[in-house]
Design a protein around this ligand. Sequence first.
Ligand SMILES: Cc1cc2nc3c(=O)[nH]c(=O)nc-3n(C[C@H](O)[C@H](O)[C@H](O)COP(=O)(O)O)c2cc1C
Length: 196
Amino acid sequence: MNKLFVIVLFVSFGIFAFAQSDTLPDILTVIHSRKSVRNYTEELVSRTQLKVLVKAGMAAPTAMNKQPWFFVVIDDKEILSTLANKMMFGNMLNYASAAIVVCGDMRNVTDALPKFWVQDCSAATQNILLAAEGTGLGAVWIGVYPNKVAVKKVRKLLNLPKYIVPLNIISIGYPDGTDKPKDKWNENKVIWNKWE
Ligand SMILES: Cc1cc2nc3c(=O)[nH]c(=O)nc-3n(C[C@H](O)[C@H](O)[C@H](O)COP(=O)(O)O)c2cc1C
């Protein structure tokens, strides 16, 4: 009887430990594996997969829960190439399967929260980058706003109305494996409690 009790105890502890190790480190593994991916295979990313990414984006926190955003999802190769040619640092779009342009909706920006749309849309962007990493895709943030020339070019190409401001373009594809995560941990950049 005693033996059985010990076995049950060990098995229960094993299951508990496994469950813990299976749930907790998962998100951290994704966070620490994320990297800017600029090299892709030719495999296409489906609209279902892209929707998963946008859904992750829309799960982000926003100031006063305004959700002042729109997501322009591009899977048309011709548009991707035109964007690549227009953006100074967007050559990878020539090889990407898709892109998501994260935009701020100025109709949802109030005087009380004039600039928070940038943080809101950046939070959504990071969610999309992590969701891409976590679902086996590769992605990179291509900056647009506040570069006025870039904003104008993207706006014109995608026919965006005046109240929609493109914050960035996220280039997406299947990673070819050449891009690796960087270790950015720096203890010297951590201040505990107060600056001395
Ligand atoms: C606001 C912002 C703008 C960026 N713009 C570009 C860009 O135009 N082209 C590009 O290749 N990468 C761009 N990046 C990606 C950074 O170069 C990249 O995040 C950085 O080098 C760190 O590398 P990692 O993402 O692999 O950790 C941008 C990132 C941020 C946050």
